[in-house]
Write a protein that binds this ligand. Structure first.
Ligand code: KIV
Length: 291
């Protein structure tokens, strides 16, 4: 079990030591939406490691320890095999690496669907072991009772509707949701149900734009879009996707860089230096003490 939520600044490889500051809280995030309007959209990115959290923290209102780490970090084919142990370990690392953003940790598949009690046991473990302030879970109307149960017991819940990756087998893939009238109505009903149940924010993923806008107008809490609309109350992306770590990304990802190319180039330069016996050079070795 993780017991430390603080970086040991005397041994940390990162510098400088961030000044202590007050973290954003759940009420502060929900209050950003006033009378149905969010003047400045909320910024959220995924983070899975302490160093990534340190770099993203100054720029983000929220950091999401997404179960997308199953694919991004562990090379799994979907999020379904992600475990509570993984979420707790990465959640604690992200809390250690951040000072300002609200940290939200995903509840993995199978950890909350059985009953509100099962959800409470696992959500409380995530919060106790990571120090995060909130959890996220997927599902709409079917999860409303669980969201109400957790919220009433001090566990802030971010809901996730529309394209819910943990339901990939039921949905038949990762395509955008809401193209039929029935689906459109269901997504709006799901969003309303989770907001009324007490969710402090709702992620709307992979939905056609008019649904995203209608949902943002329909609920009092912030709607965070991913593959949704710039008119949502905020946006989230998987950090590695927007940094260009992968060749294949969903249509909704904007690539802000090409980190895969950078890593590959630098690894190739290193390999060349090693093979040519040019690394380590004089600056990287410990010379023998002069007599
Ligand atoms: O797991 C995740 O990273 C997510 C976001 C993409 C919303 O749920």
């Amino acid at each position: 079990m993780s017991t430390t939520f603080q970086i040991d600044t005397s041994t940390s490889r990162a510098t400088p030591t961030p000044a202590p500051m007050k973290r954003l809280t759940v009420p502060k995030i929900t209050r950003r939406k006033q009378d149905g309007e969010t003047a400045e959209p909320l910024v959220m990115l995924t983070a899975y490691t302490a160093r990534q959290a340190q770099l993203l923290d100054p720029h983000c209102d929220m950091l999401l320890v997404g179960d997308s780490l199953g694919q991004v970090i562990y090379g799994l084919p979907s999020t379904l095999a992600v475990t509570m142990d993984m979420m707790c370990a990465h959640g604690a690392a992200v809390v250690r690496g951040s000072y300002h953003a609200l940290v939200v940790v995903d509840m993995p598949f199978g950890s909350y669907e059985t009953s509100p009690q099962q959800a409470f046991e696992n959500a409380s473990r995530i919060m106790a072991e990571t120090g995060a302030a909130a959890v996220k879970l997927e599902g709409g109307t079917a999860m409303a009772e669980t969201i109400a149960f957790l919220s009433a017991r001090g566990i802030p819940v971010m809901a996730h509707v529309g394209l819910t990756p943990q339901a990939v087998n039921a949905l038949g893939g990762y395509m955008a949701r809401g193209r039929s009238e029935a689906e459109h109505a269901k997504i709006i009903a799901d969003g309303r149900a989770v907001a009324e149940a007490g969710a402090f924010a709702v992620v709307a993923e992979g939905v056609v734009e008019d649904i995203a806008i209608a949902l943002t107008t329909a609920v009092a809490v912030p709607v965070i879009g991913i593959g949704a609309s710039a008119r949502c109350d905020g946006q989230v992306l998987v950090t590695e996707d927007m940094l260009g770590m992968f060749e294949r990304v969903p249509r909704f990802v904007k690539k802000y860089g090409d980190i895969a190319e950078f890593i590959s180039e630098k690894a190739s330069e290193y390999a060349r230096d090693v093979r040519a016996r040019e690394f380590p050079g004089p600056e990287q070795i410990y010379p023998a003490k002069a007599d």
